[in-house]
Design a protein around this ligand. Structure first.
Ligand code: SF4
Ligand code: SF4
Length: 286
């Protein structure tokens, strides 16, 4: 069965996407899932191309007023705890404020309100340079991305074909979307930076992964910028009996290369060698 690696960090900007894109390049033929649906960018780095599937995602409802039935009595506005209804001759619902509780729907004496599915996000399956990428995007103002992440992962798991790995670029933080991203992982790669906050963030996300009994390894990005802190992180990994995955050196060119759609591992040099070593270590543990 295809193995799944989930790459996470306690916060954004630590190098998750750099690691995912490099793993994809090294695997050569992989399924990629960009589970950061609030700020997706993996597709830019891996050269997402032809779209094979396009879907809308809905996991809640929104109230709609049939203005031909509405008598403007205002009862719906009175029961709406979210201030989503105003009156302008007829009731008007503000989509962004509506929480879909349906109180207005049950209250309206004219049956002028219907509850409709709210489009919370969109997601796609596309070809990319290293296989397939499953990516999505939450609509503006939508805050619950965990369900969209779960949908992406479920669809990616069902993908047939001769792919070597499933690589998930996890969302930052430790909230519901991270839990959805971690579910079913064969190995969790925590990418952190050599700072106190990096250690704190890594502790939090490792705690979540261990709570679910997942195998966890830690790598330190930009390790050479703070060798003392990198050593502290190394000690912490040993104390926690996690897998030490190694250090990635800081390389400014990696980020400009990624912006141009090139995986850092294709650049050559110290960072590419460290990424290859990281990939080898991870694949030995799955
Ligand atoms: S309760 Fe019904 S009829 Fe009254 S304002 Fe609201 S939608 Fe219109
Ligand atoms: S569904 Fe709930 S939140 Fe939305 S307009 Fe009706 S009462 Fe307000």
């Amino acid at each position: 069965m295809m193995k799944e690696i989930v790459v996470v960090s306690g916060k954004g900007g630590t190098g998750k996407t750099l690691v995912c894109a490099s793993f994809a390049a090294l695997a050569g033929n992989a399924i990629l899932v960009d589970a950061d649906v609030e700020a997706p960018n993996l597709r830019l780095v891996v050269g997402a191309g032809r779209i094979l599937e396009e879907h809308t995602h809905s996991d809640s409802e929104v109230a709609r007023v049939d203005t031909s039935l509405c008598k403007g009595c205002g009862k719906c506005a009175e029961v709406c705890r979210f201030g989503a209804v105003t009156l302008d001759g007829v009731a008007v619902v503000d989509d962004l404020s509506c929480e879909g509780c349906a109180a207005c729907f049950y209250t309206c004496p004219e049956k002028a309100i219907v509850m409709e599915p709210r489009i919370n996000g969109r997601w796609w399956v596309a070809e990319c340079r290293y296989g397939l990428i499953f990516h999505g995007r939450l609509e503006v103002g939508e805050g619950l991305s965990g369900k969209l992440v779960a949908v992406l992962k479920e669809r990616a798991r069902k993908q047939s074909g001769n792919y070597r790995l499933r690589i998930v670029d996890g969302p930052p933080g430790i909230g519901c979307p991270v839990l959805a991203a971690l579910t079913g992982a064969d190995f969790v790669v925590v990418v952190t930076e050599p700072t106190l906050s990096g250690l704190h963030d890594a502790e939090r996300v490792v705690g979540v992964a261990q709570h679910f009994g997942l195998k966890v390894g830690v790598c330190v990005n930009k390790a050479d910028l703070n060798p003392d802190m990198t050593a502290k992180l190394h000690n912490w990994v040993a104390q926690k009996r996690l897998v030490w995955l190694g250090e990635l050196p800081f390389d400014e060119t990696a980020y400009s290369a990624m912006a141009n759609g090139t995986s850092p591992v294709e650049l050559g040099g110290r960072l590419a060698a460290a990424l290859q070593s990281l990939y080898r270590t991870v694949t030995q543990h799955i």
